[in-house]
Write a protein that binds this ligand. Sequence first.
Ligand SMILES: C[S@@+](CC[C@H](N)C(=O)[O-])C[C@H]1O[C@@H](n2cnc3c(N)ncnc32)[C@H](O)[C@@H]1O
Length: 392
Amino acid sequence: MEEEHAAKAPLPDAFLQFLETNGLDPSIYTAIDSTPRYIRLKPGFESCIEEVEAEVKCKLEKLEWLPGFYSLPPHVQIAGSRAYREGKIYGIDAASGAAVMALNISPGDHVLDLCAAPGAKLCMILDLLGDSGSVAGVDVARHRLAACRTMLQKYMIGGRCRLFVADGTAFSVIPSGFCSDCKSCESGLEGRVDVFKEWTSRRPWKERKKANKSGTAQLVSRSQPPELIYYGQHSGVVGLTKGELYRTLSDNEIANHGYDKVLVDAECTHDGSVKHIQKFEDWGWGTLQRRVLDAERTDDLHTLQLNLLTNGFRLLKVGGSLVYSTCSLTIAQNEDVVEQFLKENETAELTEIDAASDWPCKGGRIPKTWRFDPLTSQTSGLFVAKFTKVVI
Ligand SMILES: C[S@@+](CC[C@H](N)C(=O)[O-])C[C@H]1O[C@@H](n2cnc3c(N)ncnc32)[C@H](O)[C@@H]1O
C-alpha cells in the first residue's frame, strides 16, 4: 500500500486550466489531509478488527454504504501491520470498492476483469464469489500482472482465477465453464494428451526458453496471443488442451456462453487520484504536462478506453452486465467514451446502479453515471457507469 505526503506546492496554471475545462474544483486536490484511508477486511476475519485497531493504534470506522470496508485516519500506515502482512486486510479505496459492488456479483458468475493489475478489484471479486464461478484477469503489463499473481497467492484466493498477459482490446478467451463439445473435466483426464496439469510456479524448461527468446518486453501488443501466467485448481483450466482453452466463439455463441460480468477499469490519466497528482511535485510538473495534460495523450487514451469497453462488451453474454470505471475525472475519458460507445453499440443499455442510491457521490453529466471525488465522497476520484447487453 502506498504511503503519500500532502501537497505543499501550488498547482501550476496549466493544470488549473485543465481542471476548469473539465468543470473540476481545484480544492479536490487540497482535500487530501482530510481524506481517510480505507481497508477491506478479508471475509472470515471479521473478528480481527480489534487486533488491527490495537496494531495501528486507532479506531476503524465501519462504512455503512460499503460492506466489509473500514476507514481510518489519513496518516495511519497499514503496510507494516501484521494483519496486512498476514493477508487479513486489503488496502483499497472505497470508490474502487463501489465500482466492484456495481457489478452485482452473484454466486456462480463467470467474470472478466479486462484491466486487472495490480489486482485490488480482482481480489474483491474473488472474495465475493467465494467457492463458485470463475474470474479471468487480463492486463497488458506483464510485471503488473505478476504483482497481481503475488496478491492471489498472499491472500490464498486464486483457486478460481486465470491470469492472462494480453491486450484487452483484442482478448478473446471465453469463460472456463464453457465446454459444449470438449470431453475434458478434472475427473476425466485419462487418455487425454497435452492437457494443462495443476499449475506450478516451476515452469518447464521448454517454456522458460520460449519466454527468454521472446525477450523481456513488459507490454504485449495487440497481435500477440494471450499468455496464461497463472491458473487456479478450480479455474477450469486443468484438463483442457491449449486448443480448448484458447478456442474462440462466434458472436452468436458469446450471446449464450460469454461472461456474466465484465469489469473495464480502464487505463487513464489518473487525474482523479489526488495522491497520484501529488507525486508530480516530486516528478516535476513537466511530467504532468506530458502524462496528463497533453491533448494528444488524452486522444490516444480515449481511443484505447473505447476499444477496451467495446471488446469487453463483445465478450459479455446477453443479459450480462459490464462496469466501466476510470480514476480520471475528465469528460473526454468518461462521458465522451460512454456516449460514443452507446452510439456504436445498439445492444448496450446504460443501466441504473442499484447500490448508487446509498453512495456519497455525484451524478455524472449523463444520467445513471456516477462520480466520486475527495470533497463529495471522502474517497479518491472515480467515474463509474454500468451497461447491460440486451437483445434487439
Ligand atoms: C487503472 S489500472 C487497473 C487497476 C486494477 N483494476 C486494480 O483495481 O488494481 C489500468 C490497467 O490497465 C492496464 N492496461 C493498459 N492498456 C491495456 C490494454 N490495452 N489491455 C489490457 N490492460 C491494459 C494497465 O497496465 C493497468 O494495469
